[in-house]
Ligand binder design. Structure first.
Ligand code: CA
Length: 225
């Protein structure tokens, strides 16, 4: 799951970036509003973690422009404890949730996971399809009830496929959602992860759509809309 973090405070931004990576997110960290706006116009992110007081373009203005072009990327605000008005304006301006600084990383990560789940119309905390369940919080994966040991990258690939179950993801889409801009990756990395996942999960979970990409079947239970 790739998130865009926009925070101009270097110490806080770095701490959040490191913490979210430890929680299994791929993180792009930008420190000014204009750069974030440009990134959001060209790239897709699972969620946006947004500070309000930013140089060059403020968080509320960035949010207004994002929603103005009907971009529904989930947005979580970073706000100061005593700035209630900011939170009200942010939520009314299209943000989905907020956390108060100083930020507890575990809570921030859980809130991001909840927002992403909701944005994908998934009701429960667990992602499930084809006899496989994945709990994004505990990072526990089971195939037909048996725990499965996955590498962080394999976990990330499976999580993306389950989040978009019933839809084909291309190799490029998987790459862009998993990897960060500054990370070089082997051209066949996704194929290798899928190969290992198939071996660990068994047949019938990940289907190759020749020339297009990969999919897992639609989950058993889903909320419409
Ligand atoms: Ca700031």
């Amino acid at each position: 799951m790739r998130v865009l973090l926009v925070e101009d405070d270097a110490t806080l931004g770095d701490g959040l970036q490191v913490g979210l990576r430890r929680e299994g997110f791929a993180v792009e960290w930008l420190q000014d509003g204009l750069a974030a706006d440009a990134a959001l116009r060209t790239e897709r992110f699972a969620a946006l973690v947004l500070d309000l007081g930013l140089p060059r373009l403020g968080g509320l203005e960035l949010l207004k422009q994002l929603r103005g072009r009907a971009d529904s990327t989930p947005v979580l605000l970073l706000t100061a404890r005593d700035h209630v008005d900011d939170r009200i304006r942010g939520l009314d301006g299209g943000a989905d949730d907020y956390v108060v600084k100083p930020v507890a990383i575990g809570e921030l990560a859980a809130r991001i996971r909840a927002l992403v789940r909701r944005s994908q119309g998934i009701a429960g905390a667990e992602l499930a399809a084809a006899g496989v369940t994945l709990d994004p919080g505990s990072r526990l994966v089971r195939a037909h009830g048996e725990p499965v040991d996955l590498s962080p990258r394999e976990f990330a690939v499976l999580q993306e496929l389950l989040l978009h179950a019933g839809r084909v993801l291309t190799r490029q889409q998987l790459e862009s959602r998993l990897y960060e801009w500054d990370q070089s990756l082997e051209s066949n990395a996704i194929e290798v992860h899928v190969h290992h996942l198939r071996r660990k999960l068994g047949p019938g979970v990940i289907t190759t759509v020749r020339g297009v990409g990969y999919l897992v079947p639609r989950p058993e239970r889903r909320v419409d809309g």
